[in-house]
Design a protein around this ligand. Structure first.
Ligand code: TXA
Ligand code: MG
Length: 319
């Protein structure tokens, strides 16, 4: 069984011994292992039950160290790094031979980011290797935003979880790559498209695609709670289930006909950042309620609303 604590040296020792450890980041909790040790990386895939065709993000704490992980940082990537790191942005860059193929699922780019949480930054600063870390959830389930979420699902499988409190951003990093030097957003996340475009100008983006060879992990059915989650046909869905067997996830206001105890309001003041911070925790809470189904409202399609809607649509995709 796992231990939850704030002992960075213990986390360091376990990682140096090739173990995997739950780590806090500002986006979501990660399941970290030595990115340069194939056995540790294999353990990450096994613990998550994640297919090996779905590559991992490599975390480091400085641009200096990044230069050993990637062979090139194009000017626009550098501008983004300067503007958003440490923070919720991942860049796809040409990988160096130091990074095992297992980490990138054989792709010639590696996903890299400098996270913003002080505990993982301190941990990275005392390690002499970068950390491969996917979100610390079983493959296909909602990402964890607290040490307790990690323990609930992966507790029996990992020795230690570093507790950094609740993740402040609450959704995963945005992923940006380059095709013929043109920036492409592959995953909408904690850094909005608007903020990215302010730094490097217009970008194209791909969201919610079922088959995306550049980001094979972005399967449609993802982030899914176990209860069926509906986003369309509100009236029909509300008629279909008894009122007391229905949960709801809304942006600013509760639905009038359902019990308040079965509803979660992402941000009463309509603040996207607050909504992002609450999204996954609220999905978990709704999943645990004695309801048969969940109705979720989409947010306005701008700012972080786009990334939140992307998560909500994927959660509903199993319908
Ligand atoms: O915020 C985050 O990014 C969190 C924290 C822990 O850093 N990590 C995270 O990792 O969300 P994960 O493994 O759950 O999602 C990483 C995504 C996957 O969809 C994967 O397919 C994509 O990144 N990815 C990784 N390497 C890639 C590459 N070389 N090319 C394209 N997509 C890649
Ligand atoms: Mg994930």
């Amino acid at each position: 069984m796992t231990t939850i604590g704030i002992d960075i040296l213990k986390a360091k020792q376990l990682l140096e011994a090739g173990e995997v450890v739950g780590v806090p980041t500002e986006t979501v909790y990660g399941l970290a292992g030595n990115a340069l040790n194939e056995d540790a990386v294999l353990k990450i895939f096994q613990v998550k039950n994640r297919p090996q065709f779905d590559p991992l993000i490599v975390h480091t704490d400085s641009l200096d160290k990044l230069s050993q992980i990637v062979t090139e940082i194009p000017p626009k990537a550098y501008q983004l790094a300067a503007a958003f790191w440490p923070g919720p942005l991942t860049l796809l860059l040409p990988k160096s031979s130091l990074i095992p193929d297992l980490v990138t699922s054989g792709l010639d780019t590696v996903a890299v980011r400098i996270p913003r949480h002080p505990l993982i930054l301190e941990l990275l600063s005392i390690l002499d290797f970068p950390l491969a870390a996917p979100s610390a959830n079983p493959f296909g389930y909602i990402s964890p935003t607290s040490a307790q979420h990690v323990a609930q699902q992966l507790g029996p499988l990992i020795p230690y979880i570093l507790d950094g409190g609740e993740s402040t951003v609450g959704i995963e990093s945005s992923i940006v790559g380059f095709e013929e030097n043109q920036p492409v957003v592959y995953r909408l996340g904690g850094t909005s498209v608007e903020a990215i475009e302010e730094v490097i100008g217009a970008v194209s983006w791909r969201s919610h695609s079922t088959s995306n060879p550049k980001a094979p992990g972005m399967l449609k059915s993802h982030y899914a709670p176990r209860k069926p989650l509906y986003i369309n046909d509100k009236e029909r869905i509300l008629r279909r289930f008894p009122t007391d067997k229905m949960g709801a996830l809304t942006f600013t206001q509760p639905l009038p006909h359902l019990p308040l105890a079965h509803q979660r309001i992402l941000s009463p003041s309509g603040d996207f950042a607050e909504a992002a911070k609450n999204l996954f925790a609220y999905m978990r809470q709704l999943d645990a309620l004695p309801v048969e189904a969940i109705y979720a409202e989409l947010l306005p399609e701008r700012d972080l609303g786009r990334a939140l809607n992307d998560r909500i649509r994927r959660a509903a995709a199993s319908e």
